[in-house]
Design a protein around this ligand. Structure first.
Ligand SMILES: Nc1ncnc2c1ncn2[C@@H]1O[C@H](COP(=O)(O)OP(=O)(O)OP(=O)(O)O)[C@@H](O)[C@H]1O
Ligand SMILES: [Mg+2]
Length: 235
């Protein structure tokens, strides 16, 4: 479904990711692991079309998409749920969700159906549908950001650190919902520092260090890898 071949991205003279190769098969959950500044978000932005490529190519459903505008990618089904959430705090939960539907020309009934689906995944959003987004807790805002991404009908959904800053119980719920989204047929690419939780739901993963992939493998291989355990799982 998605393939990065030899992708590099520079910020000025600084190379943030170097010769990155990633493959995501339809239906998978794939996780990018790595410490702060390792290059996970830059990889996401390269896939979204926000960062231009300085080397390599990106293929989505066998089409080269390197350098394509972000809105074209969203229309094609590549949807990123941004780090930092970027909601409209003065708008209600439901208004924020509806914003996600604007990328496609869709019938009212179809949008309503998507909305119901999001409310099923996140009952708390239904309960709070007419509250301002800014009044929600951190975890609820994260759910809303994911819900809004779902409203734009992703084929590939990219979640950048969905568990960051959340209480342990909420983290657990978050990963359960991610699995449920995947069961609905959406392919997932996650960036995470919570390696244990992410690998427990992922099919495979890539470990970034200083912009390069240093280890890759199935989730079980990575969980059993001593270096990965020491660096990211603390055991
Ligand atoms: N807009 C930018 N301009 C210059 N350098 C940047 C920019 N964005 C990121 N970088 C640098 O690129 C490198 C990779 O950053 P990136 O945000 O991709 O890492 P990350 O793995 O997502 O980290 P984090 O876990 O902190 O989100 C870092 O050294 C970072 O300082
Ligand atoms: Mg990041």
């Amino acid at each position: 479904m998605l393939k990065l071949t030899d992708v590099s991205v520079n910020y000025g003279s600084f190379t943030a990711i170097k010769h990155v190769n990633i493959e995501v098969t339809e239906g998978e959950i794939v996780v990018l692991l790595g410490a702060n500044g390792a290059g996970k978000s830059t990889t996401f932005r390269a896939i979204s079309g926000i960062n231009k490529l300085d080397n390599g190519e990106i293929y989505f459903q066998n089409r080269a998409i390197g350098g394509r505008a972000p809105d074209k990618n969203v229309q094609a089904g590549i949807v990123q749920c941004a780090e930092g959430r970027k909601l409209f705090p003065q708008m209600t939960v439901q208004e924020n969700l509806r914003m996600g539907a604007y990328v496609h020309r869709r019938k009212k009934t179809e949008i309503k159906h998507s909305l119901e689906n999001v409310y099923e995944l996140f009952p708390i959003l239904k309960e709070k549908h007419h509250h301002d987004a800014g009044s929600l807790s951190g975890g609820q805002q994260q759910m809303l950001a994911i819900g809004r991404a779902l409203m734009s009908k992703p084929k590939l959904l990219m979640l950048d650190e969905p568990s960051v800053g959340l209480a342990p119980l909420i983290v657990e719920q978050m990963f359960q919902v991610i699995e449920e989204i995947n069961r609905e047929g959406i392919t997932l690419l996650l960036a995470e520092q919570n390696a244990n939780a992410a690998l427990s739901i992922a099919d495979k993963g890539y470990v970034f260090e200083n912009g390069e992939i240093v280890v890759q493998g199935t989730a079980n291989e990575l969980l059993a890898n001593d270096d990965v355990r020491k660096a990211y799982i603390g055991a």
